[in-house]
Design a binder for this molecule. Structure first.
Ligand SMILES: *Cc1c(COP(=O)(O)O)cnc(C)c1O
Length: 234
């Protein structure tokens, strides 16, 4: 087995063990392999090991890989901040966007998504850490944005996403993820039922699983450290 195949296997074992402990079925937890910073050959290696969903956080970098790997049937997730001049690229080439935080960008994505494609699957990014990551809507602005996104014909609102404040404190990780789960429950009370909680990365995926994550975005634990320049994209 290759290094990436072994790492992928180890991540799947973590997911299985934690899901079992938390009384959840691993099948309801999807793994998105975050390939930002890594070359197409590394993505292909993960694909040969059975991985089909990949996440990229820069439109241009993602697009180059999508083209390089178009002979494979892969599912691309956009997980970075979206500039308005990149909405067309993202809408045309990705099947998921996890980082909706402004109505204007959501509207542009919907306009750019062609009728020949399935609707773009989206999550609204919520800023649950307060001071930490500045990205995402504040919890107070979530409901109006969710209502607006639901009216857009070429987008399908699937869930919520968050990047919590970085901490090794398991309880604090869980408290932050719990907030996202509670926000999803609050939307359901308003008649907006969502099926996706995109939360949990390499270092905190267990906390996320305990709090109900349905989509994990894992990079380092699969591909290795992005700071080691040897296999990096540039
Ligand atoms: C880079 C990134 C990840 C993956 O982080 P790792 O710590 O490498 O697992 C997940 N989500 C987002 C939004 C990212 O930018």
């Amino acid at each position: 087995m290759t290094t990436i195949a072994l790492a992928l296997q180890a991540v799947k074992e973590r997911i299985q063990a934690c899901a079992k402990a938390a009384g959840r079925t691993p099948h309801e937890i999807q793994l998105v392999a975050v390939s930002k910073g890594f070359a197409p050959c590394k993505i292909e290696e993960a694909y040969r090991a059975g991985q089909t969903s990949f996440g990229e956080n820069r439109a241009q970098e993602g697009l180059e890989k999508i083209h390089a790997l178009k002979h494979l049937s892969l599912d691309w997730h956009f997980i970075g901040p979206i500039q308005s001049n990149k909405t067309r690229l993202v809408a045309e080439h990705f099947s998921w966007v996890h980082t909706i935080e402004r109505s204007k960008i959501a509207e542009r994505l919907s306009l750019a998504r062609s009728n020949g494609q399935a609707p773009l699957q989206v999550c609204i990014q919520v800023n649950i850490s307060g001071e930490g990551s500045k990205s995402g809507v504040s919890p107070g602005d979530l409901l109006p944005l969710a209502k607006f996104v639901q009216t857009l014909p070429r987008l399908r609102l699937r869930g919520l996403m968050a990047i919590p404040q970085l901490t090794a404190d398991f309880d604090l990780q869980r408290r932050q993820f719990r907030q996202l789960r509670e926000l999803k429950a609050a939307l359901a009370v308003e008649g907006i039922s969502l099926d996706t909680l995109s939360m949990g990365m390499s270092h905190d995926l267990e906390s996320a699983i305990w709090e109900g994550a349905t989509m994990l975005r894992v990079g380092t634990a699969i591909f290795g450290d992005r700071k080691s320049t040897k296999d990096s994209w540039q």
